[in-house]
Design a protein around this ligand. Structure first.
Ligand code: ZN
Length: 67
């Protein structure tokens, strides 16, 4: 049998695609968690930035009016 090799999407290392490789298609747990973490933080960042924008627009008009 010939092992099927894939490139780790995170670092490009050639990885043997087998059921023994728990992290496929990544080369290691670290690459897998790093990739998922980057994806998750990127999707989290979008709503946070939008909320910050709304706060910044609301604060200047609220501040002077209250004083
Ligand atoms: Zn990797």
């Amino acid at each position: 049998m010939v092992d099927r090799l894939v490139n780790c999407p995170r670092c490009g290392t050639k990885v043997v695609w087998s059921t023994d490789n728990l992290w496929r298609p990544f080369c290691s747990e670290r690459c897998k968690t790093t990739d998922l973490g980057a994806w998750a933080s990127e999707s989290y960042r979008i709503p946070v930035v939008e909320m910050d924008d709304m706060d910044e627009q609301a604060l200047p008009s609220d501040g002077p009016a209250l004083n």
